[in-house]
Design a protein around this ligand. Structure first.
Ligand code: 0O2
Length: 231
């Protein structure tokens, strides 16, 4: 979880501020408080989305006698990562700019057993009338050049505060266990790292992604034959 809401983080930040003590309170109320407020709205939106998947999982596991969701992971983007992303895009680093320009401050990752579970869940989720689809990227149908596979949805979801309703954006990534296995290791090995990956290594990583996709297909076909009693 984020470091920005720890006492140590703020103590370190304040000690680095070129401000007299008397002005810190003012600085906090104009800068830090709105940021913390926004992050807490994203956290609420993330919890809403997570709950929706827990509900779907409960219902679908009763209906199909097996749970299509293996794991649900949530993450709030770190302050550093938000800052890096905005500055890489040459955008202002302000609370307003975060809300206007970033779609992935709140992230939910849904790990499924089989590829078809991904589409069943995504469709069921998108049918809910409080969810608005903003963008959809299907890296399963169209894997990235490096082999990355996942279905990404950017959605808007309402959160109900004590005196208002706010619509917040959340990025939902759907992966099978093997897509997640590959992406997690690839992330560790090279994604975003300032390293040069040779063509040979890139090709081997792509081969691993393809081997994982082949296994996904094979496991799905085995489970279908067992469920349909066709063997
Ligand atoms: P992190 O650490 O997961 O937060 P966007 O930046 O979202 O506006 P982009 O880059 O087109 O636009 O988004 P895309 O392609 O939908 O990818 C966003 C997220 O997908 C990344 O978030 C990763 O989590 C994941 N992802 C995309 N491509 C790859 C890849 O090649 N390898 C791995 N391992 N993960 C990938 P972040 O913010 O980059 O990282």
């Amino acid at each position: 979880m984020e470091q920005f809401d720890t006492k140590e983080y703020w103590a370190r930040l304040f000690s680095a501020l070129p401000l007299p003590k008397s002005e810190i309170k003012n600085w906090v109320s104009t800068n830090v408080a709105p940021f913390k407020e926004l992050m807490s709205y994203y956290k609420c939106a993330m919890m809403e989305v997570e709950t929706k998947f827990r509900v779907l999982s409960e219902e679908l596991s009763l209906e199909y006698d097996r749970n299509p969701i293996e794991t649900i992971k949530t993450r709030l983007k770190s302050v550093e990562s938000i800052g890096d992303k905005l500055s890489n895009l040459n955008l202002p680093i302000t609370v307003q700019s975060i809300e206007q320009n970033l779609n992935d401050v709140a992230g939910v990752r849904v790990i499924c057993g089989f590829p078809s579970d991904i589409y069943t869940l995504a469709d069921a989720f998108l049918r809910q009338d409080d969810i608005t689809l903003i963008a959809r990227k299907d890296y399963i149908e169209n894997p990235k050049e490096n082999g990355y596979r996942s279905l990404h949805l950017i959605v808007e979801i309402p959160i109900f505060l004590h005196d208002e309703k706010k619509h917040m954006r959340v990025e939902v990534q759907f992966r099978t266990i093997s897509m997640d296995w590959w992406a997690s290791l690839e992330h560790k090995i090279r994604y975003k790292k300032d390293v040069t990956v040779t063509d040979g290594i890139a090709a081997e990583l792509r081969e691993c992604a393809e081997a994982a996709a082949t296994l996904d297909k094979k496991m799905e076909s085995i489970q279908k034959r067992i469920y349909d009693k066709t063997d």
